[in-house]
Ligand binder design. Structure first.
Ligand SMILES: C[S@@+](CC[C@H](N)C(=O)[O-])C[C@H]1O[C@@H](n2cnc3c(N)ncnc32)[C@H](O)[C@@H]1O
Length: 213
């Protein structure tokens, strides 16, 4: 990895938590609801600084796969603060270093906007989930097609991706999850209110996808 990439990742790791603080506060009730019942062996893709760990008191063992190794110290600190059993690995969701059917739950928040291939990441999520397993997600997504917001998302995409660590503002992630082969997908749509995130990434989905009906 080049020094420029390292410097960029180090900076993101430093700035991410303060930048996302207001969104974190807004999203807390969604997470409490979504992660209630998450237990057993849990994989989190793209945990960033580990902000979701506080919602996972019943987890037996947590594994995080996070490509930005400069985030890892914050995750370790959070694991130890919460006295949780966990392991953090450097890697990407598109190539998960686990056997088939390893986890009871896979969770991910604000991650599929950034992965290189949502389809590959979702195929990997399905592969590592047990037959009774569930994938729980919160993602910001593309606005409905044909709306002014969707056109703005398209226009700003190049600069947004450049400044936002590869984040796409206009991915139809609900369609990707729907096409991934899960037996059942349930989600709600909502908008993050002004002051929490820029309007360009305000449309969100929150829900879960099950391997079995
Ligand atoms: C917007 S942050 C979200 C962090 C955290 N999940 C949250 O909700 O605050 C996106 C995270 O996804 C990670 N990420 C980017 N590409 C990834 C990939 N291909 N696989 C797994 N994680 C990835 C980034 O390093 C970053 O930590």
């Amino acid at each position: 990895m080049g020094w420029l990439q390292n410097t960029r990742r180090r900076l993101i790791a430093k700035l991410y938590k303060p930048l996302i603080r207001r969104h974190d506060r807004f999203i807390a009730p969604f997470k409490e609801d979504l992660f209630r019942g998450v237990a057993g062996a849990v994989l989190e893709i793209g945990p960033g600084p580990g902000s979701n760990l506080t919602y996972l008191p019943n987890v037996e063992h947590w594994v995080g796969v996070e490509p930005n190794r400069f985030m890892h110290a914050q995750i370790e600190a959070e694991l130890s603060r919460l006295n949780l059993d966990g392991t953090i690995l450097e890697g990407v969701a598109e190539r998960l270093p686990f056997e088939d059917q390893t986890f009871d739950f896979v969770i991910g928040t604000l991650v599929l906007c950034s992965v290189a291939s949502p389809a590959d990441a979702l195929a990997e999520i399905r592969r590592v989930l047990r037959p009774s397993g569930r994938y729980c997600f919160i993602e910001h997504v593309g606005a409905p097609r044909g709306t002014p917001l969707r056109r703005w998302q398209r226009r700003v995409r190049p600069i947004w991706r450049c400044c936002g660590d590869g984040c796409w503002p206009d991915r139809d992630t609900q369609e990707s999850i729907g096409q991934a082969g899960f037996a059942r997908v349930d989600y709600q749509e909502f908008r993050a209110p002004p002051g929490t995130l820029p309007a360009i990434v305000s449309p969100h989905i929150c829900g879960s996808a099950s391997q079995a009906d």
